[in-house]
Structure formats: C-alpha cells, structure tokens
Design a protein. Structure first.
Lengths: 535, 421, 404
C-alpha cells in the first residue's frame, strides 16, 4: 500500500498542473492516470496557446486570463511552446463591425493586436487567400500538449511529486464521510493496490462523472467533441485565426512539421474520439476561406477530443473558481476532502491548478503560496550539451531532439550515440527520430506500447504515418530489457491500426496511396495478417 | 507519324511484361511511362494466389485461380492463361540469365523480414526457401549497422514458425563502415554494393564461415547483388558450402529492382521503345476505338497513335486511379469507378480486417477480354485492354496475388492483341 | 500542365516510397549524400521548422534521375536546389568553385574577349591548371576541363550565309556552345538549312541559369530568367519556334523556370520549345526531314543525357540517326555520366562523378565504338574523360551525313 496526502486522478493538463503545484508547495501528491499521460483531451486539440484574442469580445475575463497565462507559459514552458505569433484575418463574409469591436476589446484586455497591410500579411504567409481583407498580428503561439504534460511532471518529480500511468482507479474509499484512500489496478499487470490519502482531486476531464460515481456522487459533465485535421506540412508559420465570432474550423496552428485545423463541437460520450468524413468536408469548406488552396494540401490524419464542459446542476453546490471551469467540493454532498475539477482551457491549465490548490491547501492548513509561475518547467540545455548533440545527431535532429527530450534524457541519448554512432540512424525519417531516442524512451517504465513511444518522440507522426517506422521501431525495441516487446508482429499491427484510425475517414488522394503502400509492405510483403501455421 | 502497333501506358510489371510478350510476337511496341513502376519498391517475387477469400492457404495457385468468384481477374482470364502466362515469364527470366524457381501449380513459403512466412509462387533462386525446411541449422545473418533488418527479431519469430528440432541462431556481420553524423544510414542496397566488392565479399565469407555447420541454411536480408544474376549467390554458396535465402523485405527493394532491370533489358533487346516521364492525361476515342492517347508536360500536349492500347497504369498507388472525396476515376479514359459517397464505407474498421479490404477491390471493370466496360456493360473502347492493378475485383495484399494478376492479365492482353486468343 | 509555383515548394505528393533512392546515382556512389527523398521532400518539411548545418545538401548533382523515376510527380531535385539556395544564404561555401562554375558565362565572356585571342583561348581552363590555381579554387585537377574557343558561336554565326525559308527557328545556343564548342552551333545551322529551316540567334540571350540553379544561386538565375523569358516570348510571338542543342538549357528554359519562377509568358513560349534533334524528328513526322544522306560506316555509341530523359521526348536521336545508311549505333543505356553540368568539376565531387559514370565508361569501352554521341556538352566531355573515346553532338553526325 502506498501513502500520500493527495491523490490526483487524471493525467491531463489539469491533473499534472495540480500535481506540480501541490508538490512545489510541499504537499505529498501522487497522480494516477488510466492511460498514458495526455492520451485524451490534452493532446486532442489544436496545440494552440491562446493570446486571448478569440475571447476578447465575448468574454473579457477569459481573454485576460489567456494573455496572462500565455505570457507565463512562454517563459516557464519555453521548450513546449513555439512562439510563432498569430494572425487574425477577416474574410469578405465576416462582419466589419465585429472587427472594430474586436480591436477595441483587445486593447481593453491588454492583448497586442497590430494591424498590418494585406501585402505584408501575404509576404508573411504566402498561402493565405488573396480574398482576405484585413489582418492583425497577435501574440498567439503553438504549444505541444504531450511535451507540456511530461515536462510538468518532470518538474513535479523534482519536488517529490509522482505520476503513475496505466493505473486505473477502481474505488474511492471513505470513512465517516471522509476520503481515506483510492483503490488502483495496474492495467498491464492487473496487480491491485491501494493508496491511502487525505484528499482526492478528480481531474478526469470528460470522465469526471465516472470518477465521481466511484464515491457515489454525480458530476454533470457534458463532453463536447471537437474534430481536428492534421496537414502534412506547415501551410503557415503563424497561427491563423478568422476574425469573426468564434466558430467551427476557423483556426490553423502550425505545429512542428505539420499544421492543425480545428475544430467542431458536438455532444458526445466522454470516450468518443471517432471522426466522420462529413465533418472533415465541412471543415475544409470553412478552411478554404482562409487558405484557398486547401484541397491541394495533403491531410495526414484526422482526430478528435472531447471538451469536458461542465453543466451546472441546479442541485450542485460547487463554487466557481474561475470563469470557464469549476472546482466542486463534494463535502456539500457528504464526502469530505474530495474535489472534482471540470472544464477549463489548456492555455490556463496552470492558473486553474493554482486556484484549486489554493482551495485544497486552505483545508490542509498549508500556507505555502503557489510558485508555479516563477520556475521553468525544465532547465535550458547548456550550450555544451547542445554542441554535443549537434556533433552526433543527423542534420535538423539536435534541436528537435533537445526540445522533445529535455536535458536528462537528451544527455542519455547523446551518450548512446557517442558510444554507438549507428544509433543516430533515423527510425522515423519523416520526423527525424533517431534509434537512440526510440531505445531510450522504449526502455522507460512508463512505456508499454509503440504508441507510448510515439507520444514522446513524434515517431510515426509524419508523412508516412508509420509505414516505414512501424517495422523499424519494433525491430529496434525488440530487446531483453524491453519487457513489452515480445510479440513483434502484433506490436506492428497495433501501431498501424492506431494510425489507420485517423486516416480512414479521409481515405482519398495521397492518404489512400499511402495506405496502399502500408498494406503492400505489411500485408503483401511481410504477411502480418496471414495464416500462422505453415506445416 | 509516330505510331506503334501496340502502345502500352505504364512501365510497371504488367506494362513491361505485356511489352515483352507483344514484342516477342513481332509487334512494334512503345511504352509511355511516368515514373518507375512500383515494381522497384516491390519484392520481385511472383505471388499468384496465396489465400482463399476466407483466408485458407492455397497449395496450387492454378487450381485456386480456377475457383475464384466471377469478377476476379483470374475468373475472367481463366486458369489456363494463368499457367501459360507464368510459364512465359519463366522463359523470359531464363533467357535473361536470371531464372526463377517454382511452378505455377505449387506455392512456396518465403521467409519475411519480420521472421514469418508468406506464400508465393515463382521466386528468384536467392529466395529458394526449401533450403530452410531441409536444413537442420538455420543461421540468421544480419549486419551490425544496417537499417531495416533485425536478426534478433527474425530469429525469435522463425523459432515460433519452424519445427522445434531445428537449431536457429543469429549472427551479425560487422560491416566496419565508416560512421558519423555526415554519413547517411546504411541500407540493404549499400550492403549489396559492398558485397559486390572484393573486400566486402571476402569480409562476409571470413566472418560467416566459422558459423556454418553441416546442413545449414543462411537467412539474410536482400543483399545478394543489385543486378539480375546469381553471381554472388553462386559464389557464396560455393565458398560457404551452404544455401542462402533472402527474405521478403520492405523498400528500398533490391529484389524488385533486379526484376525491373531484367524485364527492361528483355523489352529493350526486343525493340520496345520506352518514353519516360510521359504523363498521359487523356485519350481520343472515336467510333468506339481509341485513336491516340495524349501526354502533357511542361511544354505542350503530344498525341501518341497506335492500333491497340494496353492500359497498365496501376491502381491508386501508381496513379492509374485517382481517389477523391466520394469518387474515383481512371484518368486516361475518364472512367468513373462506382464507389460509395461516404468515405468510411470504403473500408472496414480495422486495416488488417482478416478479409479483403473494400477499397482494395476498386478498379476498372472489364469484360472477359479485358476490354474496359461502362456501367451498362458497353465497351469503352474496343481496342483497349486493361491489365494489372487498375483492374477491379481483387485484393492483392490479402490474397497475395499482386504480381501474378499483373503478369497474367498482361499476358492475356498482349497475346490477344497478337492474335493468340 | 505546369507545376504551379505554389506546388514547387510543396512536399505533399511524396509518399516516402524510396523509388528515388533506388535510382539516385549519387546515393549509389557515396554515403555523404542522404538520398533524394530525405534531402528533398522529407527535410523540406523540417526546414520550415528548424535550421541546421546540412553538409549533405551539397551533394545533390541536380541530374534529375529522382524526378524521372518518381511515380508521384514530386519535383525532388528542384526542392533540393531551392533548399541549397536558402542554405547558402546563411552558411559559408566550401570553395570558390561553386561561384566560378555557376557563373561560367562570365569566364566565357572574359576569355573570348581577350586580345590574345586564339592562342590563349585554345588552352582555356588549362592555363589555370598549369598555374596550379585550380586546387586553390576547389576545382578538380583530375578532369579534362572545357576549353574555350577562339571565336564565339555568335561571332561565327554572323559570317554564315543562310537561305531564307518560311520555317524559322530561333536558336538558344547556351554558354557551352557559344564559348566552348561553337562548331556544334554552326553544324545546327548547316543541318537546319539542309532541311529548309532558317535559323536566327539573339545576342541578348543570357546564360539560361542552369549552372546557377545547380550551384544554389537561384536568385542570380532569376535575374537571367527574367531577361530570357521576355526575349523568348517575343520570338514566339513573331512566329518562331525555339530550339536548343544543349539539353540542360532546354530543360531549364521550359521546365525549371516554371517550377522556380512566376514570370508571365513562360508556358506560352514553352509550347514552342524543341530540342534540336526533337525538332528534326518533328520534321520527320511531317514527312519533311531531308534524308539525302551519304553512307556512314563509323561505329557510334549513344548516351542519353539525364536532362534529355526527363523532358518526356523519348530519344529523338535514336529515332533519326538510324535513318543514315550504314549507320551502326547503339544506345549505352548505362545511366548518368556523373558530370551533371559542373558538379564533376568540383574537387570534392570529382571522385563521385567518376564513380557514377563508371558503368557508362565501361559500356563505351566494351562497345568498341569509334565515337560517342550525346546531346549534352559536358556529358561528352565526361565520356571522353572516362572512356578515352571522343564524343560528338548528333548534329555533327547529321552534318557529316549530309556530306557537309
């Protein structure tokens, strides 16, 4: 049995933010996540670090929160943030009055919105539609969800915080109306265990209702699904917003080597991450207003995530900690020291955590203030380390690897290559992922599937979507010290199936060509689905 | 006027083979090609029919082909053509000094780069897997810094598939290539080039020799030379005193390139003219016959005339079919392929669906003479035949029938145009 | 249909299939080159994201074999050249050879303008070699260098008396013919006159820019392109067809301009562009090709330049040369010669170039041919360098066949 002060349920942005905040205040905290970190909503979004511009007219308070947190995250999370800036563009069909109102609102919220001529805009972003009428530069940015989560946890680790992945909460135990612990089950080994604790904070996002049920409570979360399209390359180098009342499919975010277009909004089940062709077709129509050649750009895949929208239950006695999210203290319903946090935005994840932790610390009698805005998530790599990386990584690899890995792992990966130069071999040629990185991450106790390695390295997330690297990565990790590498045929198959899920709704053009190649390799040449016994 | 007897569009395996057959029969043949055929990324082996529709392994491909449901290219051309075409292929390979082994009526199990087996019909001698089943000892040979072959994985998986009395070991050859940031990764092609050098060859023999016991077969990646001949295989078998078997592997494909070179060589020797980078964008059809096809480049359109045309442009991958949102079209004759409007109905939920994928079977509908037909059954152009991957009705990945359908339909089309029905 | 400029920088069509890797001659010759797929489409995606030291970029020779075999129509080599152009804006050049070879027109002008004239010019670059300057400049000492003619083609052309015919072409001679082998240009005029075609030239034409593009000086090439495009369009508007006798010039003017630049009129004049032998083949198609040849018993071996293969015009020389009575000619069909314009003259590339061409050299030697034939000037030089067999332009074969 484990013992801690606080158990956080859910390894999304909110959960890891709370883990880091409490750990930094000296509160013993363990986070448990049923899947991998960021498996759900915190990776299934644009990867947009809002400037607040999108909310300036509708919700000034949210807009202000965004620009403040944006400024903080650019600083503390600089290795997850690509400070691209953003451009808001107005199309002929968008209201001119709205533009005026928006300019005024941005000024009121302290969001810099610099008007630029369309010539200037086209020079900055040559692919923008020539029909667009006006453009403003704002301080939006791109942010990598997977990386932010792992780096936040790495920061929490330094203060004793601990995160356990693939750990399902099977029960919340109470005594005399007070939380005393959670029962957990390791989803890989099936081993059951218990964590004794004084507080439980559910940050389970769209699954908050399910978690609350374990304590016999009701939390009314209404998940709303948003679909996103990933394009094969950087259509733009800045985030591009439509300057109109926020709507579907009006944001393009350049994200590493790709561009993400989103999103939509439709009521759904919490675990519904399916996507439909019809949605994509509709999104493309809207996207065409911003990028007129959108149909020429190759789609890599489509994906979806659910926003955990909180639906205020008339009987619930929660208090609103901030606009856009709620922290429910279930003491009002008879379970003390059990909180549920619902709603919120990725951009303001740190602020949400701060507010929730303030509430919890008050009850814990901890007076330590929040320090999360003051300290960087991970240290900058030293120039010496970068130079060592540049000496061994293939071109364009050092910088990418350093931002993917963080210092400690970067150093270990460099050592691997220094020892065995062939470890710089590119397993994933599309995203420049070396064999050393794959072996390093695969060997970590938190990795159980090729997809886990993918989330940490971007393996298989580029042009070929696993067509070449599925085989290579499975071959590379097939080692004694990687306990989950035994069934290589099924590892290949499973990895390709996860890639297929995002391609299936957009099976036209080069996406279908690529799938034909995938099948030709794995089915025709390697016979992955063939009959086992050959006499 | 630039005019040929038979104009073939596409220089993949089906286009090249049709050209070889027609040229053999004395026709003036021209090929219009745009990019190398997918042959050069394929395995270079002739899968004819490995599995039935419900996934049962097939022992005799000719018999299997005979039982295919109507709509399948084999049911259109008939089992007799299957046999004839494959024998014609064997003859060509023989005459090029790169004979294939196997017989149309028997499948063989070929090892793969992941360490399992796949059924195939005709294979080059470098992939004669009988040695694996005959030998008592299997030595899986990898190369220390080579990409895309993992001796440990192959060894482990081979142990699962082969009888337990076999002794299966791995051995990794040290390439001692220079390695560093500014040198690229090492591919099977690089190792094949190395084996073509004297130093490479000797280093290989010296390292491997000590590990050869009585009754040993070596399993290794496709590295036994880049050209369509068996010089390296023969010398190694002699010097090592054992058989060597290359695995079916992923691109870049040494084995596919050999077959491509072989067919090109035969075609050119027999007077086939190949025009490269010629993108065919349309055709001129009058009175139910194709008069010419039209190419387009950076300069201008050009017309190529012929008496007869063979469309060997491939499927979606090769560019012979273009898939759009809820649509699919064959661009040369502008044939609409009947596909569901909703994209998710093109496929099953799983990519490896344990049955033929739906989209894989989309293609041009033809009559039993391989003439393309419209939805109402009328011929689109009576002097056109469609061959290979452009055809509807089969899933080469699931069935393991890719190069087989290509060769067999190409043979049928070329022979029919040459008056041999 | 032209590749839209938008698409030239677009890596989207690539499916990473590796066909280009199996075909690339430089990849086969050295591991210092990462191969077309990586250098082109794959890294184009990453270059939009990060900048880094990329020494491999320099090794693409722009021979365009990758473009030739790509089943997806990816302008791989052009992506490489564009990346090279951008790269050298922020990275130092390896040697002065890049600059010198990319701007060979300057050298040509300089030498032919020298007062010493023929005595000096005949030696050409050999002077520099003698002074051991080449090494210092990063130019190989192992290859036979182009020599400069005592009189430029343009100057020679002015002395030729032509009969006027309704069928007229403007001949874009290019630097190599103008400064190094003017006799090929003279042969063109003679052969065309025999076919009742009147040839014009334009002194205002400048270097097509092909060596600049290959050297990563696309911005310089753009300046030349602007001039040439206007002139070429003007000639076409006057009813002239355009012919080139250098396949790299031809490819540059009709294809690479369209891939790289967006000047008006490019597609219009491209419609009227012909390789010099392709133009004769067109006459042959129309029944207008003069086949009044004398017998020729020389044994030839023909090498198709890479930049001809990629033009989608087949092998016009192999169509027409066999029409000469007694003609013994076979196609080498042995891949790239390795020189790729100026690539093989660079000190750090010469070994690669010779390795690339080794198959062709062996093929030429084994053929026991008397002469090599090829449309490309530097291919001919490389054929001689590698095999010792002298090589000539097909136009020269026709001139001889007409008894001229």
């Amino acid at each position: 049995m484990l013992k801690t002060t606080v158990v956080v349920i859910g390894g999304g942005a909110t959960g890891v933010g709370i883990l880091r905040d409490l750990s930094m205040r000296g509160v013993d905290t363990i986070l448990v996540e049923r899947d991998d970190l960021g498996y759900w909503t915190s990776s299934r979004f644009h990867g947009l670090l809002h400037s607040g511009g999108r909310y300036a007219v509708k919700d000034k308070e949210a807009a202000k929160e965004c620009i403040e947190e944006n400024t903080i995250l650019r600083r503390i999370g600089r290795h997850c943030v690509e400070a691209t800036e953003s451009i808001f563009v107005r199309a002929p069909e968008d209201s001119e009055e709205y533009e005026h109102e928006w300019v005024k609102s941005c000024a009121e919220c302290g969001i810099s919105a610099i008007p630029i001529s369309m010539d200037e805009a086209f020079k900055l972003e040559p692919n923008l539609s020539r029909k667009l009428l006006s453009a403003y530069r704002c301080p939006g940015a791109a942010i990598d969800g997977f990386r932010l989560l792992w780096q936040t946890v790495a920061s929490a680790n330094k203060y004793g915080g601990k995160a356990m992945t693939y750990m399902e909460v099977t029960g919340i135990e109470t005594e005399n109306g007070e939380v005393v612990g959670v029962r957990i089950r390791d989803r890989w080994t099936g081993r059951e265990d218990k964590i004794a604790c004084d507080f439980v904070i559910s940050a389970a996002g769209s699954f908050s209702g399910e978690v609350a049920k374990l304590a016999g409570l009701t939390v009314n979360v209404k998940p709303s699904k948003g679909t996103l399209i990933a394009f094969n390359h950087r259509i733009c180098n800045r985030v591009i917003h439509r300057l109109h009342k926020s709507s579907d499919a009006d944001i393009f975010v350049p994200h590493g080597s790709i561009t993400i277009l989103g999103t939509t909004s439709i009521d759904s089940a919490p675990d519904d991450t399916s996507t439909e062709t019809a949605e994509v077709v509709e999104m493309m129509k809207v996207g065409e207003v911003t990028f007129e050649n959108i149909y020429d750009y190759r789609i890599l895949r489509v994906f979806a995530g659910t926003r955990p929208l909180y639906s205020a239950d008339p009987n619930a006695k929660g208090r609103s900690a901030s606009r856009g999210f709620v922290a429910l203290d279930h003491a009002h319903e008879g379970v003390k020291h059990f909180f549920s946090v619902c709603g919120g935005k990725f951009t303001t994840y740190r602020l949400m955590a701060e507010k929730v932790c303030n509430m919890v610390c008050e009850q814990l009698g901890v007076n330590e203030k929040c320090h999360t805005a003051e300290e960087n998530l991970v240290d900058d790599p030293s120039p010496e380390l970068i130079n060592r990386a540049k000496a061994v990584f293939p071109s364009y690899g050092a910088e990418l690897a350093s931002s993917r890995l963080g210092n400690d792992k970067l150093e270990r990966v460099i050592e691997r290559i220094e020892k065995q130069p062939e470890m710089k071999e590119l397993v994933c040629e599309c995203e420049n992922v070396t064999r050393a990185e794959i072996e390093e991450i695969a060997g970590e106790p938190t990795s159980h599937t090729v997809s886990d390695v993918r989330r940490r390295t971007r393996l298989g997330m580029g042009t070929c979507q696993g067509t070449f690297c599925a085989y290579r990565s499975v071959g590379a990790i097939d080692k004694e010290d990687v306990p989950w590498s035994k069934d290589t045929v099924n590892l290949c198959k499973d990895f390709l199936e996860t890639r297929w899920k995002g391609i299936r709704p957009v099976l036209w053009g080069n996406m279908l060509r690529d799938i034909e190649l995938t099948r030709a390799i794995y089915d025709a040449a390697l016979n992955l689905s063939g009959v086992e016994d050959i006499k | 006027m630039r005019k040929s007897d038979i104009l073939i569009i596409g220089n993949g395996i089906s286009g090249l083979f049709a050209a070889c057959i027609a040229a053999d029969m004395g026709k003036k043949v021209q090929i219009l090609s745009y990019g190398a055929g997918t042959l050069t990324i394929g395995g270079g082996i002739i899968d004819v029919l490995g599995y039935t529709d419900d996934g049962k392994p097939i022992e005799n491909p000719v018999l299997g082909a005979d039982k295919m449901a109507s709509g399948h290219p084999y049911s259109k051309v008939g089992a007799q053509t299957v046999d004839k075409a494959l024998r014609a292929f064997l003859k060509i390979a023989e005459s090029e000094g790169f004979p294939y082994i196997g017989s149309p009526d028997k499948n063989q199990w070929v090892p793969t780069a992941i360490g399992n087996f796949k059924p195939s019909c005709l294979v080059p001698r470098t992939m004669n897997s009988q040695a694996i089943f005959d030998a008592e000892n299997i030595l899986v040979v990898g190369f220390d810094t080579m990409k895309d072959f993992y001796a440990n994985m192959v060894t482990k998986n081979l142990r699962k598939h082969l009888k337990s009395d076999k002794n299966i070991e791995e051995f990794v050859v040290q390439l001692n290539f220079e390695y560093g940031r500014d040198l690229r990764d090492i591919s099977a092609m690089d190792v094949a080039r190395w084996l073509e050098t004297k130093e490479g060859y000797n280093a290989f023999v010296n390292q491997v020799k000590a590990h050869i016991k009585n009754s040993t077969a070596i399993v290794l990646p496709p590295v036994l030379g880049l050209d369509p001949n068996y010089q390296i295989l023969d010398s190694l078998e002699k010097d090592l005193g054992c058989k060597l078997v290359e695995v079916s592997s992923l691109p870049p494909a040494v084995t596919g390139t050999r077959l491509d070179k072989m067919l090109n060589s035969y075609a050119k020797k027999h007077g086939v003219q190949i025009i490269e980078k010629a993108r065919v964008v349309g055709s001129e059809v009058a009175d139910g016959k194709c008069q010419a096809v039209i190419t387009e480049g950076f300069d201008r359109q050009r017309k190529f005339y012929a008496d007869q045309f063979i469309l060997a442009t491939g499927g979606v991958y090769g560019g012979g079919l273009i898939a759009g949102i809820g649509s699919m079209v064959e661009p040369v004759f502008n044939i609409n392929i009947d596909v569901p409007k909703v994209q998710t109905e093109w496929s099953y939920k799983h990519l490896f669906a344990d049955k033929k994928q739906i989209f894989a079977q989309y293609g041009v509908n033809v009559d039993n003479d391989l003439t393309p037909v419209a939805a109402d059954g009328s011929k689109i152009a009576s002097n056109v035949k469609v061959v290979g991957r452009s055809l509807a009705g089969y899933d080469f990945c699931y069935e393991k029938s890719g190069n087989g359908v290509a060769l067999i339909t190409a043979y049928k089309a070329a022979a029919a145009f040459c008056g041999e029905a | 249909m032209a590749i839209n400029k938008q698409h030239a920088i677009d890596p989207d069509k690539c499916t990473a299939c590796t066909i280009c890797i199996t075909a690339c001659p430089v990849t086969a010759a050295t591991r210092k080159f990462r191969g077309p797929k990586m250098t082109g489409p794959a890294l184009t995606r990453l270059r939009k994201l990060v900048s880094d030291d990329d020494p491999m970029l320099d090794y693409c020779s722009n021979c365009k074999t990758c473009d030739l075999v790509c089943p997806s129509g990816v302008p791989i080599s052009t992506l490489n050249m564009m990346a090279k152009n951008e790269y050298y804006k922020t990275h130092p050049r390896k040697s002065r050879a890049d600059d010198m070879l990319a701007h060979s027109e300057k050298m040509g002008k300089l030498i032919t303008a020298l007062p010493m004239g023929s005595t000096f010019a005949g030696m050409g670059m050999a002077i520099g070699k003698a002074f051991n300057m080449m090494n210092a400049m990063g130019i190989t000492q192992n290859a036979k260098m182009p020599t400069y003619a005592s009189e430029s083609f343009i100057s020679k052309f002015k002395k030729i008396k032509q009969t006027s015919y309704p069928r007229k072409v403007v001949f874009f001679s290019g630097c190599y013919i103008n400064y190094n082998q003017p006799e090929v240009g003279v042969d063109l005029v003679k052969v065309y006159q025999k076919n009742e075609v009147e040839v014009a030239v334009d002194e205002k034409f400048v270097c097509c820019g092909s060596p600049m593009v290959s050297g990563g000086y696309i911005d310089d090439a753009r300046i030349n392109a602007a001039k040439n495009v206007k002139l070429l369009k003007g000639w076409v508007d006057k009813g002239y067809d355009i012919v080139t006798a250098c396949t790299s010039c031809g490819l540059m003017l009709k294809q690479e301009y369209q891939e790289l630049f967006d000047f008006a009129g490019m597609a219009d004049y491209a419609e009227h562009m012909y390789d010099s032998i392709e133009y004769l083949a067109k006459l042959n198609d129309e029944g207008k090709f003069n086949t009044d040849f004398v017998e020729n018993s020389t044994k030839y071996i023909y090498h198709a330049p890479c930049h001809l293969k990629v033009q989608a015009i087949g092998r016009p020389s192999m169509e027409l040369l066999p029409l000469i009575p007694g003609m013994q000619i076979e196609e080498a069909d042995a891949g790239c010669c390795g020189i790729s314009g100026s690539y093989g003259f660079k000190a750090d590339k010469n070994e690669i170039a010779m390795k690339v061409g080794s198959k062709l050299f062996a093929r030429i030697k084994n053929s026991h041919a008397d002469l090599g034939v090829s449309e490309c000037g530097t291919c001919r030089l490389q054929m001689e360098n590698g095999s010792g067999v002298h090589a000539i332009h097909p136009l020269t074969v026709f001139k001889k066949a007409y008894g001229l």
